[in-house]
Ligand binder design. Structure first.
Ligand code: ADP
Ligand code: MG
Length: 244
């Protein structure tokens, strides 16, 4: 099994990533040569203490942030050094993001929130031409996450678990290849969080969605295929886990 994995080209890899922040005069090194590879269809969790750099690593992989040193490689091609518009294109088409606090737009309904990523891909004219197609795609993914009965609700009228399902629908409506999840259950009780993990596992299994999830919670991390630990700025040795 180890040999098969070695021969496969990773779908996404972060290679020897270093990144520091400045607080006044002080340089705070966060990532110091962190490396992470995910094969197509893999579900990886990255565990680490608060402040260990998990979000920073995820942001660098998804082109929300740039490394000081190191490379991000997508299917064999370096992507972190592309120009801004190419990076924007990749961010909008290849990556889907979900966050601890959902980041749904409060003034929009669930359906409108989920339609937004597809709407911004179009000019106003092509949007009107494609309006039905966009709505159907949004309805389809909303049904898949189990929220078909909530489309007119605003985020404030949804529970935490429903908001995260909505955020997952919004992240996936554009059919990204890679879902980057930053503490997706961090604001949810254990049962609701378990439901979100079941949904992520079923999306991974049924659609071969590649998922990189960061969390500080060992029990949540163990529900992915494979867990790595981020500590002292680097990815530490692997602990393999079978999916539950
Ligand atoms: P984690 O997600 O594991 O909690 P983060 O990646 O958010 O860790 O942060 C790692 C470290 O970098 C923390 O010490 C944090 O305070 C610092 N940090 C993160 N983002 C910034 C920023 N934009 N400016 C300054 N420091 C930051
Ligand atoms: Mg974080």
């Amino acid at each position: 099994m180890a040999e098969t994995i070695k021969m496969t080209r990773p779908l996404i890899s972060a290679e020897a990533i270093s990144k520091s922040y400045f607080k006044g005069q002080h340089m705070i090194p966060v990532l110091q040569g962190a490396g992470l590879k995910a094969n197509r269809g893999e579900f990886i969790s990255v565990i680490g203490q608060s402040g260990s750099g998990k979000s920073t690593l995820l942001h660098v992989m998804g082109l929300l942030d740039s490394p000081d040193i190191g490379e991000v490689i997508l299917d064999g091609n370096r992507i972190d050094n592309l120009n801004q518009s190419a990076r924007d294109q990749l961010r909008n088409h290849v990556f889907g993001f979900i966050f601890q606090f959902y980041h749904l737009l409060p003034e929009l309904s669930l359906l409108e929130n989920v339609m937004t990523p597809l709407m911004i891909r179009h000019s106003i004219f092509s949007y009107w031409a494609k309006r039905k197609e966009i709505r159907d795609a949004a309805m389809d993914i909303i049904n898949q996450v189990g929220l078909g009965h909530r489309i007119k609700h605003r985020p404030s009228e949804l529970s935490g678990g429903e908001m995260q399902r909505g955020a997952i629908a919004r992240a996936l409506v554009g059919k990204p290849e890679i879902l980057l999840a930053d503490e997706p259950t961090g604001n949810l009780d254990a049962v609701t969080g378990g439901g979100i993990m079941e949904l992520l596992n079923s999306l991974n299994e049924n659609q071969q969605l590649t998922i990189v999830m960061v969390t500080h919670d060992e029990a949540i991390a163990a529900q992915a295929h494979r867990t790595v630990r981020l500590a002292e700025g680097r990815i530490q040795l692997l602990a393999r886990e079978e999916a539950a």
